[in-house]
Design a protein around this ligand. Structure first.
Ligand code: ADP
Length: 520
């Protein structure tokens, strides 16, 4: 069985399929963006150009080759224009030319296209060794100047933009520029120079690869706003390439057996490629997340440390001037003391976090009375609650509660944190209540710390226990918070085989924090 298609035609079809897929993906990515639409048109005209190119050199169409050769440059003109427009527009979503300039450009393009299909551009075709050789006329110069201006303009524009751009935009522009440079370089060195100087057109057949490469890279830059890693891109490129090679083998198989075998290989390799790319992406994302967390950590911590240090410095330098009264000095020293305590707590929290994450935190588990621990925490928070004008209520169960296996100090820290938050995020005249329930059947105790404060929105409830999670209104009320208290609490509860979670009816409706612990 001879498969229907000659290799060059298969090649053309595969490349056009790739171009169309790229156009489709870019269109779907953002149908309203002018940059994306320009790309779609660019891809369409590139495919039309490839078709004209293919037919113009095909032996079967020798007689009509002049028409097809003219058509290649007919389609090349909009290609160059679209490239220029894309370079001018990207990464914006709107064309940034004024209407007038835009229409002048289109009119110019139309003129070049008309000249390109007329005998002015290519007068006729001479047949040499049964391959067509076009004889250019004076009109071709118009196209040459127009083409050079458009492509040169695109590259200049992109370089200019690249210089100003930052972050992801810079990467995107770099990509597109690299794509254009690779395509133009390949066209100049393997097609233009050999054809013009040596009369060799061996590489012309590979021009589909050049355009597709450029389109692929540009599509990638447009769609993946997050061009995160060269490793992912390399893996994607490599997998696609391998799959393509095998697809071409499938399509050019000579026997049914060969076809089936190649098809099987193609499917296996494609699946493997997808898995490989996914694995790499996952790995890179995780690395990125970690590095983001690290930089967040550094910026939050340095900010949080600086605030108390600046306060302390302020009071100390005022005291150095020595103009204060005794009462003032006492007050300032008290403030310095409180701020310093806060600093110590902060540093301890930070140390705890890093120890916790490295799994270096040690727990001293003992059989303890949860009631005692909560009692102690409530007592300690009485003063701060009173100072703020928030009532603190503590409801114990009537009967005795079985003991729990816990690290008393760490458990105490969890309750202190919950009560402290309750007070912090509740306005004057509100209340915070602590209740303990014993569930005999499920052999556990539940502690509920409820407040009448600012409450939480649904989506906030979920993220609360993440590292550095500071949400909604709490963020504004308490500028000093670092969003690590609940994160540490969650870790502590997990180490106790317990649970911690929050519930709230919404903003302004108060919150409930639940702690669940198995009893002995
Ligand atoms: P911090 O209070 O230091 O910011 P936490 O981890 O203790 O850190 O709390 C994280 C965030 O959760 C707070 O910034 C706040 O937005 C929110 N939050 C915690 N407790 C309450 C509460 N009782 N009511 C409303 N919001 C709360």
């Amino acid at each position: 069985m001879q498969f229907l298609l000659e290799p060059n035609l298969i090649f053309l079809i595969v490349v056009i399929a790739i171009n169309s897929t790229l156009a489709f993906v870019v269109y779907k990515n953002n149908p309203r963006s002018a940059a994306n639409l320009l790309f779609v048109f660019l891809s369409i005209f590139s495919s039309l150009w490839l078709i004209a190119n293919y037919i113009s050199t095909h032996p079967k169409f020798l007689e009509s080759s002049i028409v097809w050769i003219r058509l290649t440059i007919f389609f090349a003109a909009p290609q160059a224009t679209l490239l220029f427009l894309l370079a001018h527009t990207f990464p914006s979503e709107k064309i940034r030319f004024s209407r007038r300039v835009f229409f002048v450009l289109l009119a110019l393009m139309g003129l070049v296209m008309i000249v390109n299909v007329s005998p002015f551009a290519f007068e006729r075709v001479a047949i040499e060794d049964s391959s067509p050789r076009p004889i250019p006329g004076p009109g071709i110069m118009l196209f040459v100047v127009f083409g050079i201006t458009m492509v040169g303009g695109s590259i200049t524009l992109l370089i200019k933009k690249l210089k100003k751009a930052t972050g992801i935009e810079k990467q995107q522009l770099r990509f597109i520029l690299a794509g254009i440079s690779a395509m133009m370089g390949a066209i100049i060195f393997t097609i233009l120079i050999p054809v013009v100087f040596f009369g060799k057109n061996y590489f012309v057949q590979y021009s589909p690869v050049y355009t597709s490469f450029f389109l692929g890279v540009t599509a990638y830059a447009i769609v993946k706003h997050n061009l995160f890693n060269i490793r992912v891109i390399a893996t994607e490129l490599f997998s696609t390439l391998i799959a393509l090679v095998f697809l071409i083998r499938v399509l050019s198989s000579n026997t049914v057996n060969e076809f089936l075998f190649n098809l099987l290989l193609f499917v296996i390799l494609s699946v493997f490629g997808v898995l490989l790319v996914r694995g790499t992406i996952r790995e890179i994302r995780e690395l990125q997340r970690l590095s983001q967390a690290k930089s967040d950590f550094v910026s939050i911590v340095s900010h949080q440390l600086r605030t108390p240090l600046t306060t302390i410095k302020g009071f100390v330098s005022m005291m150095q001037e020595g103009k204060e009264t005794d009462a003032e000095r006492k007050d300032w020293l008290q403030k310095v003391y409180i701020t310093n305590e806060r600093l110590i707590r902060l540093v301890n929290d930070i140390l705890n976090i890093s120890r916790m994450e490295e799994g270096r935190i040690e727990y001293e588990f003992q059989d303890v009375d949860a009631l005692d621990i909560i009692d102690g925490a409530v007592t300690e928070m009485k003063m701060p609650a009173q100072d703020k004008g928030v009532a603190l209520l503590w409801t114990k169960p009537d009967e005795a509660v079985p003991r729990v296996r816990a690290d008393a100090l760490k458990l105490r820290q969890v309750f202190l944190n919950l009560i402290d938050n309750g007070i912090k995020y509740t306005d004057v005249n509100g209340w915070v209540s602590v209740r303990l329930f014993h569930n005999k059947d499920l052999r556990k105790i539940d502690v509920i710390v409820q407040d009448t404060g600012m409450g939480l929105e649904k989506k906030e409830v979920r993220s609360l226990f993440e590292r550095f999670s500071r949400v909604g209104a709490g963020q504004k009320t308490n500028a000093e918070g670092m969003g690590i208290g609940l994160y540490i609490a969650r870790h502590i509860m997990e180490a106790h085989n317990g649970k911690i979670w929050a519930e709230s009816e919404g903003r302004g409706m108060g919150s409930k924090f639940y702690v669940e612990l198995p009893t002995i």
